[in-house]
Each structure stands twice: as structure tokens, then as C-alpha cells.
Design a protein around this ligand. Sequence first.
Ligand SMILES: Cc1ncc(C[n+]2csc(CCOP(=O)(O)OP(=O)(O)O)c2C)c(N)n1
Ligand SMILES: [Mg+2]
Length: 268
Amino acid sequence: MTSLEEKARHIRRLILTALAEAGSGHTGGSLDLVDIFTVLYFDHLRHDPQHPDWEGRDKVVLSIGHTAPVLYATLAAAGYFPEEEMLTLRKLGSRLQGHPSYEFRLPGLETSSGSLGQGLGVALGMALAAKMDNKPNRVFCIMGDGEQQEGSVWESAMAAAHHQVDNLCAIIDRNRLQIDGSTEKVMAIDPLRDKWTAFGWYAIEIDGHDMSQIKMALEMADNEKDKPTVIIADTIMGKGVKSIENNNQWHGKVPTKEQLPAFLKELS
Ligand SMILES: Cc1ncc(C[n+]2csc(CCOP(=O)(O)OP(=O)(O)O)c2C)c(N)n1
Ligand SMILES: [Mg+2]
């Protein structure tokens, strides 16, 4: 696992550097998803960074588009585009918009996103299309826990189970925080696993920073037949930089250029 951990540290470095350069963006959720993205892109997905449009590829839909930096940094680290491009994050005309924009045709980006509650429906459409064509592609949808408060999530959940879309895997970033604080205080979403199970999904709970658990859960999802799978991943907002961990103020705040060196040092 060591090399995956090194990759994760590198991706966290890319994220922090890009956000400090941009001067705005979402640090907390981007950092807490790094371990999941690292395992997905460097261990699990069938994909080819040299051929982003390869028909046989698995697809990732980042429903929480505000965490775009983790997607961009992972794609860059995987070789979809040069890592230097990370420094154009949020700049006018950049392919790396604040929320993913398909209009700019960034290699590896499957769809626009950012309006919470929409991604699962998009991912379901992609997965269902593959199934109807008898193709083996799998689709992964990354959602937030605050996002679970959107009604459209549950409409898609119901449809996916009804159509037995077993090539669809949702991953929930269960950091227990959203913009205004604790998800359970803003609008409780627990018991989350029971809800997904009641909606007909195979539900797994894991530690979202334990790479062997992430790996195992993704394999279990691959093997599940006739049901979509949801992986509820317990995470820590801001993971990797101790001084900002588990603090909802870092949902939408970035390091200043002065803070950056200390943050990067904390990572190594
Ligand atoms: C439909 C919609 N409503 C509101 C927002 C604004 N918004 C962006 S992120 C966010 C919080 C979501 O919480 P969570 O999914 O837990 O993400 P986290 O704060 O953990 O990164 C909100 C309300 C949005 N992007 N889309
Ligand atoms: Mg959250």
C-alpha cells in the first residue's frame, strides 16, 4: 500500500497548492476524498489516461462538484493532463473550473456537476445505458453527506434499485459536516445505512481513509449482482492537515500563500 499512500500525499500537495494559488475553493471535502480517489484511479478503475474516451472505461461522476480539486489533482497525477495545469484552477477560461464543466472537455471529466442532488441521476443514466448495451462499464458516483438531504438523491436511488443497476456504485463522503456544521444538527440523515438498504441497495460502511477497506468495498460492489451498491465512507473533513481537520469552516476556505508551506509540511 505504500506507493498508494505516497500517491495520496502527492495528490494532497497538488490540491493545497492549486487552492492557495486560486485564492478560493473548497479545501475540506477535497482533502477528505483523496484516499478514496487514490484507490479508485490507481488501483480499481478500468481506464486509460492516454485514451480518455476509450469505450470500455469505467466512469466517475463527482456529484459534489465543489470538491473538484480532488478530481482534477487525481486526473493530473494519473496522467490525463499536465500537473502544472493545476495552477490554472478557477482562472478565467481554464479547463479547471471551480465546479467541473464538461464544456471545456477536460480529459477524464465525464460530466458537469455542482448542483447537489443531480449526480446520482446522471450516473444512473450512464450505468443503465451500459447495461442496455450489454457493456461491462461500471459507474461510480461520489456524493456528500449533506447532499443526502436533496430529495432527488432518493428518487434516483429508488429507480436504480428498481432497474437492478448493479454496475452502479455510489460512494458517500460521510464526514458528518456540511457548510453550516453537523449534518445531524442541520437535518439528520442517520440512520443512513438503513435508509439505503430500505431503498433496495447493498450498503457497506467503511473507514474512508483505510485503503485496504476502500479496496475491499469496491471489490464487493463489483461482485454484487442485481443491486446497486452504496459505500458509506467515514471520513474526516480536511484529512491530512491536522490543524484544519474536522472543522466545517474549512468547507469553503483555502490556505493563504503564507499558510501553504506549513500545510504542505504537515503532510509529509
Ligand atoms: C442544489 C444545491 N444547493 C446548494 C448548494 C450549495 N452547497 C455547496 S456544497 C454544500 C454543502 C454540502 O454538504 P456536503 O455534501 O456534506 O459537502 P461537504 O461540506 O462535506 O464538502 C452546499 C449547500 C449546491 N451546490 N447545490
Ligand atoms: Mg459533508
